[in-house]
Design a protein around this ligand. Structure first.
Ligand SMILES: CC(C)(COP(=O)(O)OP(=O)(O)OC[C@H]1O[C@@H](n2cnc3c(N)ncnc32)[C@H](O)[C@@H]1OP(=O)(O)O)[C@@H](O)C(=O)NCCC(=O)NCCS
Length: 192
C-alpha cells in the first residue's frame, strides 16, 4: 500500500514535500545549522536554496518509485513554518526491513516533536508498508536522538563502527531496532 500524502498526529501535520517548500526548508536549515551539522553530512555551511530544491526533487522521485517517504513536519496553527523532516524508507524489501530518520529545527526541540512524529513513521512502516523491522542509526554522542529512540521503545542492537563521515570525521553509530510485534505491544499498552 502507498502512504497517504498527509498524516495527522495529535499536534502535528506530516505532509509530502512540494517544490514551493524550498524557502521554508532553507530557513529552517539555516536556523539550525550548528546542531544539524554535528550529526548530518548534508548539512554544511554552504547549504543553499538549490540544495533544498534538489532535496524536494529527489524526495518526490523516491516517493514515486516507492523507495522512501519524506514528510515535512508542520503545525496546523503555523503551516508555513518548517519544523523539520521525518522519513521512512525501505532498506530490504525481501527482509521487510525499513529505517527512519529525522531532524527538528533547533528552536523547536525538546517539545516532543521528533518522538510524536517518528511514532507516526513507525505506524506507517509497520501498518501500511508491511515492514517487519525498523531500524534507527544514531551517532554515538547524539544524546537527544538516543533519548527519542528510548522514548519510542527501540532496542539497542550494538555499535556500527565508523558508519558515516560527518564534517571530515568518521562517526560510530548505535544501531537501534523495533520489530512489528514490539510496536503492536507498545501501541496496545498505550491504548490501555
Ligand atoms: C535529535 C532531535 C531530532 C530531537 O528532536 P526533538 O523534537 O527535540 O525530540 P523530542 O523532544 O521528542 O525528545 C528529545 C529528548 O531528548 C532530551 N534532550 C535534549 N537535548 C539533550 C541532550 N543534550 N542530552 C540528553 N538529552 C537531551 C529532551 O529533554 C527530550 O527528552 P525528554 O522528553 O525525556 O525530556 C533534534 O535535536 C535534532 O534534529 N538534532 C539535530 C539533528 C539530529 O541529530 N537528527 C537525528 C539524527 S539520528
Amino acid at each position: 500500500m502507498r502512504p497517504p500524502d498527509r498524516i495527522y498526529t495529535e499536534r502535528f501535520l506530516l505532509r509530502r514535500f512540494a517544490r514551493k517548500d524550498a524557502d521554508a526548508i532553507l530557513e529552517a536549515v539555516e536556523a539550525s545549522l550548528p546542531d544539524l551539522a554535528e550529526w548530518l553530512p548534508w548539512a554544511h555551511d554552504n547549504y543553499t536554496k538549490d540544495d533544498a530544491i534538489a532535496y524536494v526533487r529527489d524526495s518526490s522521485q523516491s516517493w514515486k518509485e516507492g523507495r522512501a517517504y519524506d514528510f515535512a513536519i508542520r503545525s496546523p496553527n503555523e503551516p508555513g513554518r518548517h519544523l523539520g523532516n521525518m522519513s521512512v524508507w525501505h532498506v530490504s524489501r525481501l527482509g521487510k526491513v525499513g529505517e527512519i530518520g529525522y531532524w527538528v529545527r533547533s528552536d523547536a526541540t525538546s517539545q516532543g516533536i521528533a518522538t510524536e512524529t517518528a511514532a507516526a513513521m513507525l505506524d506507517l512502516g509497520f501498518s501500511t508498508l508491511g515492514m517487519h523491522k525498523i531500524t534507527l542509526r544514531i551517532a554515538v554522542g547524539n544524546d537527544a536522538s538516543d533519548r527519542v529512540a528510548q522514548k519510542l521503545g527501540f532496542t539497542r542492537e550494538g555499535i556500527l563502527r565508523e558508519e558515516l563521515k560527518v564534517n571530515g570525521k568518521w562517526l560510530d553509530h548505535t544501531l537501534y531496532s523495533m520489530l512489528e510485534q514490539e510496536f503492536q505491544r507498545i501501541r496496545q499498552s498505550t491504548l490501555n
